[in-house]
Design a protein around this ligand. Structure first.
Ligand code: HGY
Ligand code: MN
Ligand code: MN
Length: 421
């Protein structure tokens, strides 16, 4: 079954224009008017094809044929980071939609379901993979009010403003009838571009641990305060940020750590700050490496605070384990890539993905396509059209094989039953 590559690209180019920052990348935060416009665009496509489209209590969307049982879930997200790229997440969503349309155009009533996970980026609440954490019970009803944005508005406030939240709707999903969950995504790193690969088959999705560290000292006049005796939280922050980089480098084993968000109070050039609050995002493909690195960062931040006589508080913002994906699916995808003579390799994912959250409940598999210059989460994020089309066709072929193997197993079973004396 051949996908319609031009239709795939047309949808991606249309969604690229739904952004709060035109000309400066794609900014499409969850529960905003941009998010709504993207949902409306997708609902028109679903309507044209007679698909059912349901939105759950936290804004996860399910699109499938009316009678589908959703045995094969293809998922990703439509929300972005601020000034992000045009493909992160949405490529997987439109690929899933293209698979549904191609199956329908071919007259195959499939059990495929497209799942659009809500608030994957954590741009609002700092916690990634929010929609799938509710679906899998990692987040509960308490988190609807515990998760707060920078202005103190809770996730529930956002959901009620959008009209998604309904106390009667379940927050979790029953995965007992789901055979596999799949996601196709841009790599967001340099490996495939450097090695001129066509397809990446994901082995392990990194685990992550996000801390929020706050230093508070003695705010004062920038000009009238001698350097001796200052208790400057900005200097403590600067020393800690450099220490984070050194700790991650010294850890080796592919550990990465990033200080990506900082806020200064009051934030004026002629005032020594009274407090500085910043995030530290630590990741690796092995939970022990991540935990050891986080511990070292905690200890170092406390030591720097003592030396500089500033107060230090450290809060856990989000955490998820490193998740090995399904060996069965990895082997099937490798066999398909061999048959199609594609240039491919197994590889880890430094980016986290909702599919990994579902891995404990069903077979989970991910496909990567190259990111030009290995860039992502920036306006320069890009992938060649040929790579986008090839990736979605590979996903389609993998699903076609999965469906025909399942039908083969059912035929064998029924012939065994018939041949019983
Ligand atoms: O942060 C991540 O890895 C993902 O892009 N949310
Ligand atoms: Mn993503
Ligand atoms: Mn992302």
């Amino acid at each position: 079954m051949k996908i319609d590559g031009q239709r795939l690209l047309d949808d991606l180019y249309t969604l690229r224009k739904i952004t709060a920052t035109p000309g400066q990348g794609v900014t499409r935060f969850s529960y905003t008017q941009e998010d709504n416009r993207a949902r409306e665009y997708l609902s028109h496509i679903a309507e044209d094809y007679g698909f059912s489209m349901e939105t759950d209590a936290v804004g996860n969307i399910r699109i499938c044929l009316q009678q589908s049982k959703g045995r094969i879930i293809i998922g990703s997200h439509i929300d972005t980071v601020r000034n992000g790229g045009w493909l992160d997440g949405v490529y997987g969503v439109i690929s899933g939609l293209e698979v549904l349309r191609t199956l329908t155009d071919s007259g195959i009533a499939s059990d495929v379901m497209l799942m659009i996970y809500a608030e994957e980026e954590g741009s609002l609440f700092g916690s990634t993979m929010t929609g799938s954490k509710f679906l899998t019970g990692k987040y509960t009803a308490d988190d609807l009010t515990d998760l707060k944005d920078d202005r103190g508005r809770t996730l529930l406030d956002h959901l009620e403003a959008r009209g998604y939240y309904n106390a009667d709707l379940p927050l979790t999903m029953d995965f007992s009838s789901v055979d596999r969950v799949l996601e196709i995504h841009i790599e967001q790193g340099p490996v495939m571009d450097t090695e001129h690969l066509q397809i990446g088959i994901v082995d392990t999705v990194f685990g992550m641990h996000v801390l929020e560290i706050a230093f508070s000292g003695l705010g004062n006049h920038a000009g009238a305060s001698p350097m001796v005796g200052r208790r400057d939280p900005m200097s403590a922050f600067a020393e800690t940020a450099l220490a984070v980089e050194k700790i991650a480098r010294d850890a080796g084993n592919g550990v990465v750590a990033t200080v990506g968000k900082v806020s200064v109070s009051p934030g004026a050039s002629n005032v020594i700050p009274d407090s500085v609050r910043f995030t530290v995002d630590v990741r690796s493909n092995n939970d022990r490496y991540t935990t050891d690195t986080v511990q070292r960062i905690r200890e170092t931040a406390s030591k720097i605070a003592n030396t500089r006589t500033v107060d230090c508080t450290i809060r856990d913002v989000a955490a998820s384990s490193a998740i090995p994906l399904s060996r069965t699916i990895i082997n099937e995808m490798a066999a398909l890539a061999e048959d199609q003579k594609l240039v491919y390799r197994m590889m880890d994912s430094g980016a986290v993905h909702d599919t990994a959250m579902l891995a404990p409940f069903t077979d989970a598999g991910m496909i990567f396509v190259p990111s030009i210059n290995g860039r992502s989460h920036v306006p320069e994020e890009d992938t060649a059209e040929a790579d986008l089309i090839r990736g979605t066709q590979f996903l389609m072929d993998h699903i076609a094989r999965t469906i025909s193997q399942a039908q083969g197993r059912m035929r064998d079973q029924s012939s065994k039953i018939r041949s019983k004396p």
